[in-house]
Design a protein around this ligand. Structure first.
Ligand SMILES: NC(=O)c1ccc[n+]([C@@H]2O[C@H](COP(=O)([O-])OP(=O)(O)OC[C@H]3O[C@@H](n4cnc5c(N)ncnc54)[C@H](O)[C@@H]3O)[C@@H](O)[C@H]2O)c1
Length: 338
């Protein structure tokens, strides 16, 4: 008889998607251990309503010895791996931390999981590993063609997991979500950037002419999809999770400005991101066959997200100060103006 899954070790559980998943996992009865280094993007405040309901280790996944000790002591049934460096612009400036965490960190987790015979390893990959496509959609068997340093490290991690599945019969499942948005997202990503700049009547930067297309997935829907795949997904398989809701970046920005009640002349077109992927698009029939559908459409998701940021301006205030300092340093180093 199959052993009942009860204890999850979640890496990156203090990040944006990892915390949404952690909150849902605790609510639905799992025992949870969170391992997070708390980088600039991590914050245990995202789990503040669940204090005392999970165990927390402030640990770097690059430290194989410490991860080994945690897994040895906690004996989780499943490891769910969200931890990563995730911001494309930062990876373009310097990819080192991305290689360390996303590639070496993932291999460490594979090593430790094998050593302690973990029964299931769920790897959170991304739609960005497929690269972009002007038309058509990517299925789970499409070729991996990443085009920026972030997605290259995520593709490397995805391939390391695939290699472990084939070489060692490693009991892993790979999940590739599309662009997430929602409450608690770190304010360097598109949706919170637009909300917060607009609220402060600052110019809202849009890369190029805003023609890039993204498939927007509400974070709670993504976390629900991951929970379903954890239960019903087949070991050795990959699953895309997307909403089928594609939107041009410029239209996304305009929709947010409308929700915040600000004029479109706040939009400022800026030099495009180097190598900017034009369009991501996933075929999600495989996860739909398991019974998953997004519940939150873009309209209600944006309303909920804007409301959340308005209600939680205190949380973003410190983050914005740290971010400003970071970009100031970057521009000083490059000898150019902000
Ligand atoms: N945000 C998206 O739209 C999106 C889409 C598809 C896939 N993903 C993937 O989902 C996962 C989570 O993304 P997110 O947006 O929540 O990221 P995030 O940047 O909000 O959170 C990442 C978390 O990982 C932690 N972390 C980073 N390096 C670590 C290390 N070395 N050791 C331990 N913890 C470390 C951080 O402290 C943080 O809590 C990532 O693997 C990402 O590639 C994200």
């Amino acid at each position: 008889m199959r052993k009942k899954i009860c204890k999850l070790l979640i890496t990156g559980g203090c990040g944006f998607i990892g915390s949404a998943f952690t909150r849902q996992a605790i609510t639905s009865g799992y025992k949870v251990v969170v391992v997070d280094k708390i980088t600039y993007a991590g914050d245990e405040a995202r789990l503040r309503d669940f204090k005392g309901k999970y165990k927390f280790y402030k640990t770097d996944i690059c430290n194989e010895k410490k991860i080994s000790e945690i897994v040895k002591n906690e004996k989780p049934d499943v490891i769910i791996h969200f931890a990563a460096e995730t911001h494309v612009d930062r990876s373009i400036l310097d990819a080192r931390a991305f290689i360390d965490t996303n590639v070496s960190g993932t291999q460490n987790l594979i090593n430790v999981s094998r050593k302690f015979k973990i029964s299931k390893f769920v790897h959170i990959s991304t739609d960005e590993i497929y690269g972009d496509s002007k038309s058509g959609t990517f299925t789970e068997t499409s070729q991996l063609k990443p085009s920026n340093p972030y997605s290259a490290t995520k593709a490397a991690a995805d391939m390391l997991v695939k290699a472990a599945i084939r070489t060692y019969n490693f009991p892993a499942i790979i999940i590739r979500p599309s662009n997430n948005y929602g409450p608690w997202q770190y304010p360097e990503k598109l949706v919170p950037v637009v909300i917060l700049k607009a609220l402060n009547n600052q110019k809202v930067p849009v890369y190029g002419v805003g023609a890039q297309i993204r498939e927007w997935l509400f974070v709670e829907d993504c976390a629900r999809g991951i929970r379903l795949i954890l239960k019903k997904g087949k070991i050795g398989e990959a699953y895309n999770i997307g909403s089928y809701f594609e939107k041009k970046n410029l239209d996304t920005v305009k929709r947010i400005l409308k929700e915040v009640g600000k004029p479109e002349d706040l939009i400022k077109f800026v030099q495009d991101r180097p190598g900017h992927d034009f369009r991501y698009s996933l075929n999600c029939e495989k996860v739909r066959k398991l019974g998953w559908r997004p519940k939150v459409n873009f309209e209600s998701g944006i309303k909920e997200t804007v409301k959340w940021y308005l209600d939680n301006l205190g949380w973003t205030k410190n983050k914005l100060t740290v971010l400003q300092k970071y970009w100031k340093l970057v521009y000083q180093k490059k000898g150019s103006k902000q």
